[in-house]
Design a protein around this ligand. Structure first.
Ligand code: LMR
Length: 328
């Protein structure tokens, strides 16, 4: 009897989930890989869902699948082109198969902070990047911020030499691979959902990510402290399929665009706060955060910045100059 009751309850739950979208509504599946609270992307995706479901009720319906429960980032863009998912917000490091223009965001020490990133993205060059994958069937709808990356390993990282010989998990980006090679370390591309286990079992020794990801995935539990390097940026492109987007009625597309732009502005403006809360949560969990003094930080700059030369042709010297002018 108990089993039957549980089965009935499960069926009811499944029906409720399926019934979330009504007949005739445009169904928008949004797949992502992070947690939902205390996370810039998680919060933004949930807010987008809430607003679409409230304001577009009867016309459109959004379902968010967080925590890699539907797809990981290696799969999601292909799934989007197949029409199995309509929105995602992979980090800018995950678009290598589609465009090389985002490589500027992976170059170490290119942007001094998230405000500089914001200004660059909102420039004409930055905004044009949303269209850079149109030929490949993907359309950028907006940049979503996460924050600056920090570095951790199974031993303290104070000078760049400390990273030599270690294996670091990287997102699948040639720039990030080159960055760790410049430290005489060994980069290992790996899906986000696998990083904790790989750090725990020693498959890799270290990683780089933002405070919200370090906190959300609990990387600090299986690392010897985190060094506050702020050496690079991790941001996202909210992306959709060009075919699907073009197929929407003008009315639905316009209303969706307005909501997306408002959510993007609101959450991007709040990202510093979410970042600092995640940093504090790492401290509160008892993990160590190591700050670098100016000389120590300069040693990391000197070790990693030569990587720019390898990618100047991909990203354009004029874009590097524009980014540096914003930093100044
Ligand atoms: C990562 O793979 O480390 C990040 O791109 C995950 C994310 O979406 O923040």
């Amino acid at each position: 009897l108990a089993t039957a009751a549980i089965a009935a309850a499960l069926t009811a739950t499944a029906q409720t989930a399926a019934a979330a979208c009504d007949d005739g509504e445009v169904v928008i599946k949004f797949s992502h890989v992070t947690n939902t609270d205390r996370h810039p992307k998680g919060i933004a995706a949930s807010l987008l869902m809430e607003r679409v479901n409230e304001e577009m009720n009867g016309k459109a319906c959004m379902e968010v699948f967080p925590n890699s429960t539907l797809y990981n980032d290696d799969q999601v863009l292909e799934a989007m082109l197949q029409g199995d998912v309509q929105m995602a917000a992979p980090s800018l490091s995950k678009f290598e198969q589609f465009t090389k223009v985002f490589r500027i965001f992976d170059l170490p020490f290119m942007f001094k902070n998230i405000n500089a990133v914001n200004e660059f993205q909102n420039s004409e060059t930055g905004q044009a990047m949303k269209e850079s994958m149109a030929r490949r069937g993907l359309l950028g709808l907006g940049f979503w911020h996460n924050g600056m990356k920090q570095m951790s390993a199974s031993k303290p990282l104070i000078s760049p030499e400390d990273a030599a010989g270690l294996k670091f998990r990287v997102q699948p980006s040639d720039v990030l691979k080159a960055q760790f090679e410049a430290l005489d370390a060994s980069p290992q591309p790996m899906a986000f959902s696998e990083v904790y286990g790989a750090l725990q079992t020693g498959v890799v020794d270290g990683q780089e990510n933002t405070w919200s990801n370090i906190y959300g995935q609990k990387f600090f539990e299986v690392q010897d402290g985190t060094t506050e390097t702020n050496h690079g940026v991790l941001d996202y492109m909210l992306v959709t399929s060009t075919d699907w987007w073009d197929g929407l009625s003008d009315d639905v597309r316009d209303q969706l665009t307005t909501i997306i732009n408002e959510v993007t502005d609101e959450r991007n403006a709040a990202v510093g706060e979410v970042d600092m809360q995640a940093r504090q949560a790492v401290l509160d969990a008892g993990a160590e955060i190591r700050e670098l003094d100016a000389d120590q930080r300069q040693a990391w700059v000197d070790a990693m910045k030569p990587v720019w030369e390898q990618f100047t042709d991909d990203v354009g010297q004029e874009n590097i100059d524009a980014a540096q002018a914003i930093n100044a």
